[in-house]
Each structure stands twice: as structure tokens, then as C-alpha cells.
Design a protein around this ligand. Sequence first.
Ligand code: ME8
Length: 658
Amino acid sequence: MNKKTFYITTPIYYANAVLHIGHAFTTLAADTAVRFQQAMGNETFFLTGSDEHGQKVEQAAKLRGITPIQHTDEMVEKFKALWKKLDIQFDHFVRTTDESHKKSVQYILKLLFDKGLIYEDKYQGWYCTPCERFWTEKETSITEGKICPDCKRPIETIEEKNYFFRMSKFQTQLIEYINSHPNFIRPESRKNEVLGFLNQPLGDLCVSRPKKRLSWGIELPFDSDYVTYVWFDALANYISAAGYPYDMDKFNKLWPASYHLIGKDILTTHSVYWSTMLMALELPLPETIFAHGWWITGGGKMSKSVGNVVDPLSFVDKYGLDAFRFFLFREMVFGTDCTFSEESFVYRYNADLANDLGNLLQRTLPLVQRYREGFFHKQKETIFPQTTEIIKMSEAIKTDYIKSMNDLMFNEALGRIWELVGRLNKYIDELAPWTLAKNQKINELDEVFYTVGEGIRFVAHLVRPIMPHQMPSFIKQLGLPETFTLLPDLQWGQLPDNTKCQTPEPMFPRLDTPRIENLKAEKQPEKTKTQGAPQELSPKPAPVATSTEADLIEYDDFMKTQLCIAEVISAAKVEKADKLLQLKVKIGEEERSLVAGIAQHYTPEELIGKQVVMVKNLKPAKIRGIVSQGMILAAGTPDGGLALVQPSKPAISGVRVK
Ligand code: ME8
């Protein structure tokens, strides 16, 4: 039997937002995994794509006054342009608007409908017609007289026919599967999360939307008044793009996928919805669903709605693609959250690339040129015990590296490689080739140079999947043709005798601290600084607000400020700052940290449990080392004090104030 193709997927990203480093990270991770598998001599298939149906896309297109497909065509071009710049080597870009995908989804729906696994039922719920959304009983019960928690207009109960997938039928089977397949959901913590979720009874999944509410979707094959629920449609991409059911030869070669690589935000849809869909289709489940953590900036998950996104291209343009890739995978322990900052980038770059790796090459080659006319001479026997140690170490590291890379533990793999880089640098210091040369110890000198040259060749092979553009240059500078040995065949001693190295090219020039200072200055324009400043609210009565004609703003401008109801869940004084309190607030399900200048007007205790009005979309700022993600509103009182702005009755947590 042919060896199965290594098949890896990324999420298909929503075609209604600009991609940021979070998306770039998942896609670069898949790219790295694929390059590694190719270096192992394996066949690979790498799928990415775009998720194009649903209400959000329909609304985005409407706002722009164009059709949904015009909108998604434009977005897809942008996605592809970014992937090109990042040199992502995907094999297929699936669009949920592709005819082949639509046909596959309709086939799946029909099959499940015919098997009785999709059924028709009535759905009853509170519905806001202007907002076009359902509210749960709990969400509406907080408001009086059943009004929409969002737009405050009356809502009605409506009963609607819909189609449901019998997800509940597969609950026990799924739990058993997860328990008997330890690698199915990784990392372990995510697996436990899913098992926790499955402790509760699993409902059936509504897989339809009536066209009268949403027309931008794949029509149900058994009821033309309905389109398919966007997640049901999107998840099917993993098999539709692999040929299911119309190219079963291709499908059998690819399926089950080796990895679905996702962020932890979409763990449930993948491990519960998708797995049960596959069970219903009697198809094998993917080998591993790997949910990595989030890149965080300014204290929160990087996302467009928070406004804290980092454009990957700004980094790539400034520092180069390989350095960017290296940073992402060296810094993030795959699976946990990680903070992204330019400072940590520069620090990591200087320490690992400029000092360790770049230096190893840049100090070795001139020495070989000076003392041995640039030639590496292979020795028959080993003189130094340190050399034997390095040979053993390289082989052990290669084995560990292969395991880590197979498991997508890139940061572990890089950690091991850098142990070797560090050991090689130390080896040069210990054996001091300049002294060996002075003392005419030619055999010893050759051994040291050959060991370091061979070490660099080893390192370049192992680092290549992560830094594919710069490692060929390492090999070339050693004097070798820019071809790489397959990793299983990589062995110590393959650097041919009499290889002549080149003059080193500058590889990773050090970034100095002043540049970091400049970066800070660049990144903090005046406006941001004042916006982010702590709320040193004046204890004196504030002047009464007046507006002249020129001050008036349009409604749309006002709506750019997102005010919302937040609930204080903890409060504490900020050390050595008598005016500042550090607050933790809840906005719906989300928690935020804030710093507010109200310590002289409120004690921490009296704030806990209070509902306040907060500016939700203010750029996060660091105040006394604490990240403040928003601002609460307060007004001056006649006695020179300060009063927090609060709703006059309990309001819904997180609801917009307008
Ligand atoms: O959820 N840190 O698409 P999406 C790390 N269309 N990764 C991040 C991230 C962050 N801050 N932000 C986003 C969808 N990601 C659906 C998927 S699949 C059948 C349908 C990455 O555009 C991460 O991989 O919201 C996350 O799961 C994905 O982008 C969400 O992309």
C-alpha cells in the first residue's frame, strides 16, 4: 500500500475581515509542518481557503453596496496576495462558493436527510426583526417588556420551521472515541475542555436558515426555501476539497486528514460538530485536531473587533520573512497563548539569530579561511572528547527534533536545535582554533573546523522547514550545492572532505536598542498617548459641556465609539499611585482589565458588583505597567467629587449603550 499523504488543513478564514498575524500564524504553522514532512520525504497536501457564506458576509457586502460574491472575490484576492507574500505553499485554496464545494455540501445534506439524520422541526424563540436575530429566554428576561437587548425595539416570539442534524445521537460515540484516541484532540488541555463540554447533554444542531432571513448560502437540496447553516457548510470544506464524494480516488489517498490546525476559538465546532458530522457520514475522523492558543496584544486576543491587530507584512517588510517565522515558532509554546510585541521580537532576534546562529557562521568561516585556506578536512580519527560529545548530541537532537516536528511542537524542536548551536559556539571557545593554529596543531585544527562546519550543516537542515529561505544560503556558504539531504538520511560526517567554504555574507545583523526606542516612538503617536493615558479625572466640577454648530458630529461618527455596560468583578489600589484603581470588569462573557483614576472617590469594595458604562473600543494602553483595555465613564459632582455613570436599572452585561 502507498504511504498515506500527509494532509494538513487550516481554518478557512471569514471573507469579511482583513487577515492579521493570528491568521498568518496558523497558516505559517501548516506551511512549516508541510515543509518538514517534505524534508522527511513524505507526500503532502496542504489546504487553506475562505469561508464566504452567512449573515456577516451578506451584511458586509450590503454595506459596501455590492453583491456578496463581488465582495468575497475581492477578499479572496487579498487573502491570496498575503499568502503569496508569506510564500505559503498550499496545494489548494478552497472557497465555499466553489461549485464543487456546493455540490459536495448538498450531497452530504441529502445523504443525511435520507438517512433520517437531518429532520424537520419547529423552532420557537424570541426574535428581533430589525436586528435579524434570535435571543434566548435568559437574555431577554433581564429587560422589561421583551425588548431587544441590542436595539431596544420590541421583539416577538416566532415559531419557525427548520432542519436539525441529530448531533445528540453521536454523543456517547464521540466521548468514547476521544477517550480511546489520545492524539485526536491536542493539546491535552483542549481535549479535557471538549470532554467537559460533552458532560452536558448534547442538543441537535440547527443546520438551516430560512431564505427570507438569509439568502447568501448553499440551498438545501430538499427545501429550496432554506440555505445551509454557515458552519455546516464551512466544515465540509475539509472533505469537499479532498474530493468527497466526486473524486473518491483522491479522497481515499488524502482522508483522514493528518491535522486540522485551528485556533482554540473554534475548538467546539471542530471537535463536536465536525466529528459528529463525520460519524453520521460513516467517515473516519481526522487523526488530530490541534487547537493552538492565541496571539495576544495589549492584554487581549488579537482581533479586528478589539482593534489590536498586527499586520504581518509590516514585520516581514521590516525584518524579513524567515526572522518572522522563527520568532512566531520560537516564542509560542504551541497550544498556549502568547503575547506579541515588537520588543520581544527584537530581543529574540538579537539573542538567537544575531548572537547565536549568525555568529556561529560568521566567526567560523573567516577562521577556516585564515588558517586552512577555506577548506574543511575530514578526519579519520577523533582527537577531542568534545567532538565525540557533539556528534552524539547532534544525533540525539535529530531524533528529538523529528518527534517534536511530527507533533507540531515547533518551539520544542527549535529549543533543541539551539542547544546544539550553543554547544558549537562553546566548542570553538573551548578549543580555541587560533591557538591550535599558532601551535601548528593541524589535525586538531581540522577536527575543530570540520566539527563546526558539519554542525552548521546539521543545524541548517533541521532549521530549514522553519526558515526555508535563509538556510540554503548557510549550506551555500559552507561550500555545498544548495540541495538538502532528506532528514531520515541526514547523518554526521556527510560534509565531503576538502569542501571549500565561501566568505560569509552578513545574515542576521544585530538590531540595537536605539532601534527599539525608535520603534516605540513610531508606534505611539501623540494621539494614542493621550487616548491611552489613565483617567486622571478632575476632582473639580467639570465645565458644563456645550456644543457649537462646528462641534456637532454625524450619528455615524458617534456610533464609532462603542459604549457598553460592564460589571466590576474585582478592584484593587494600584501601588504607589493614590489616584488609580485597577479593575477587572465583565462585558458579557468577556473579561477586561482597566485602570481608572477614581481611587479618591470610590473604595475598591464599593465598586465590586457595580454596573458601569465603559468605552469598549478604546485602544489598549499600559498604565504603570498594567494593561488597560477600555475606559469607564464618570462625571464631576457639585461637591468636587466624581460619580461613575451607571444605568438607572440593572442592564444586560455587555450590552451596547446608545
Ligand atoms: O473562525 N491568535 O474564521 P476566522 C492566533 N471561518 N490565531 C488566531 C488569532 C489570534 N489572535 N485570531 C485568529 C473562522 N486566529 C471560520 C473557520 S473552519 C471550517 C471555519 C486564527 O477568520 C486561528 O486559527 O475567524 C483561528 O481559529 C482562526 O484564525 C479564525 O479565523
